[in-house]
Ligand binder design. Sequence first.
Ligand SMILES: [Zn+2]
Length: 256
Amino acid sequence: MLTTELYSRYSRHLLLDNFDEEAQLQLMQSKVMLFGCGGLGCQVAMALVSAGVGEIVLVDHDIVELSNLPRQWLFTEADAGQKKVYAARSRLAAMHGGCQIRCIDDPSDLIRLATHMPYCSLLLDCTDSVTSRKFVNGLALKHKLPLISASAAGFSATALALNPASGSACYECMEQIGEHSQMCVEQGIFSPVVAIAGQFQASLALSYLCGIQPVDFGQLHVYDGRALTLRHFRINKNPACPACSNNIGEHHEHIV
Ligand SMILES: [Zn+2]
């Protein structure tokens, strides 16, 4: 049961349709693992921690650079040179002292990652390279966890929820992964689309964690930051997928 203080804190959630005290408590008991504390990761972490998620594991090896500051809003000039996970933890803890915030500053530390997996409800892929995305996708497959991915490059933002353990596609089922995962260092980035991609990702994550509305796994949402339009594409399981075709027996027609 929510205390009076928590009831007041989350009062605007509790006014929403389908968002009752039980949904808020469910969120507060949730644990998520977030890969990548860049522009997307900052947005998702701020949204989830502020909304009341109980525990978040931040995974990133990078340090804060001045070129990050236009879109990585958890960091300040004083954080330059620090590891992102620790700078992010400091800011997030100030936003919500009740959230348990863990840091893993070596994403290749598979033992530490595996330690947390059994207690996680969800993985969040906020990385910015195909190699990293395949790595996180592999963890989602191995540990049978849903995965919410997003990307932002140029003027385009995408968000995609996947749950291969329940029959949806996995990240590698997309034939042209590169088109949906171009690094911002290669083509630049319009800062607002990073925030929009991260908030789409956070919206999917909160819907899933609270159970307030069903998440359409396998649906790719693509936002055009110049036309201000949103399009949707169905990503079906690819029978030839190098990552999941051997893990899950049932296949469907593949359409991207
Ligand atoms: Zn696949």
